[in-house]
Design a binder for this molecule. Structure first.
Ligand code: OAD
Length: 263
């Protein structure tokens, strides 16, 4: 069952559908807000955001890990426990269905996410991760990937003992891009290319505060794209053409339904 949009949103929504049906290349950037309706806390929402309750500089930087690896590892193990039973919501499902539905058409959708959860993939979408993966590990010292074997998923995340790398004895860390670290080169190239060549850029559930990801919207705009933003709250993104001020899980299924009807 698809929810109804408020009357003031309907005009913007119809305008968005018009742009989307005529675009050949669409680039979508998602952030923590798209997973909020799955029960995963965002970073900066008042009261519930992770960075409202924890200091990012103590937990999400290489300096923090060098200073206190146990605290950082424990925090990520806690986050893994928090996320492990979460499922895709109607927003993830609509994006995946939309990407699938245009496979045989002249259109192409590139989905770029800042999220480290895998809910887009669980929904069946193909996505590029700019900030890494919550479920993967690597060595903080030699960078080799590390797979925790032989323990069931639940126990794996309940255990917050530090693990050392079998190659160099460095500490194992989550394969997540922390503040002060470079984005994965290939993922960033895909993102830049998709943003620079799209006709419509959609920003969904992101505060647009963290660069370089937040710069993709401006890159798209400079190259002539129209910008659509889905976010119930205002953002500092000043280049937006259409704002859909609603929850992603409410607006995306409606957008998809209308898109299919008009294409
Ligand atoms: P933020 O927490 O900064 O922003 C989440 C945005 O989602 C806010 O603007 C909310 O208004 C919006 N939002 C909340 N619920 C929503 C819903 N149901 N539908 C749509 N939007 C909703 O999260 P990000 O912008 O993703 O980095 O943060 C960017 C990066 O900062 C993250 O990737 C993370 C963090 O530090 C790393 O983990 C490396």
């Amino acid at each position: 069952m698809v929810a109804e949009l408020s009357t003031q949103l309907v005009a913007q929504q119809q305008h968005a559908v018009k742009l989307l049906t005529s675009a050949k290349r669409i680039c979508i950037l998602t952030g923590a807000g798209i997973s909020a309706e799955s029960g995963i806390p965002t970073f900066r929402d008042k009261q519930t955001g992770l960075w409202e309750n924890y200091r990012a500089e103590d937990l999400a930087s290489p300096i923090a890990f060098d200073r206190d690896p146990k605290m950082v590892w424990s925090w990520y193990q806690w986050r893994r426990q928090l996320v492990q039973d979460k499922a895709p919501n109607p927003a993830h499902l609509a994006l995946a269905q939309w990407q699938q539905s245009i496979k045989q058409s002249h259109q192409h959708i590139t989905i770029i996410t800042q999220n480290v959860d895998d809910l887009h993939e669980q929904a069946g979408a193909q996505v590029t991760h700019l900030h890494g993966h919550l479920w993967r590990n690597r060595c903080h010292q030699c960078d080799k990937p590390y797979k925790i074997e032989g323990i069931n998923k639940e126990n794996q995340y309940a255990n917050d003992e530090l693990i050392t790398c079998p190659h160099c004895a460095g500490y194992i860390r989550p394969d997540i891009v922390w503040f002060g670290e470079a984005l994965p080169v290939e993922a960033w190239q895909i993102a830049e290319q998709a943003a620079a060549s799209c006709e419509v850029f959609m920003s969904i559930g992101t505060s647009s505060l963290v660069y370089p990801a937040a710069g993709l919207a401006k890159l798209a705009k400079q190259n002539g794209a129209k910008l659509i933003e889905i976010n119930p709250n205002p953002t500092p993104n000043t280049v937006v053409d259409i704002t859909l001020a609603a929850k992603a899980g409410e607006v995306l299924p409606i957008l998809l339904k209308d898109f299919i009807k008009h294409s």
